[in-house]
Design a binder for this molecule. Structure first.
Ligand SMILES: [Zn+2]
Length: 134
């Protein structure tokens, strides 16, 4: 009986697995320096996961880093050396502005254009936030 009690308690302290699986997990960019370049290996994959156009983040990252880059077979190649942490900080900023709802922080959003202004529209809470054009 004691063993069963322990199991009960174990289940209580374990996080709810199904709940955390349903929550959207933001992909992390896998960036590494090769020579004088920085390769983001899972570029296409990450953009697909957040439902955004590759070109959008491409523009964002080249603007923010003031660096030229090329897209090559699902990878992003930046002409410069960048730490993975820095690339991921940019990625996080991008997600905060262009993917996550500015109000409720959920990723259930779409980008629409209203009177020539780009707007991030949240399908979860209905919030609309203006975003910078890229
Ligand atoms: Zn929202």
């Amino acid at each position: 009986m004691e063993y069963e009690n322990m199991l009960d308690r174990l289940y209580m302290v374990l996080p709810d697995r199904t709940a955390s699986k349903e929550r959207f997990e933001m992909p992390v960019l896998e960036a590494s320096v090769q020579g004088k370049k920085t390769i983001v290996r899972n570029f296409s994959q990450a953009l697909k996961a957040v439902g955004r156009d590759e070109k959008q983040f491409y523009k964002y990252v080249t603007k923010e880093t003031a660096t030229a880059a090329t897209m090559d077979e699902g990878k992003l190649v930046l002409n410069g050396k960048f730490f993975s942490d820095n690339i991921n900080r940019l990625w996080q900023n991008y997600l905060n502005e262009y993917v996550l709802c500015h109000e409720c922080k959920k990723p259930d959003t779409q980008i629409i254009e209203r009177n020539d202004v780009k707007v991030l529209k949240c399908t979860a809470c209905g919030a609309m936030s203006a975003i910078r054009k890229l």
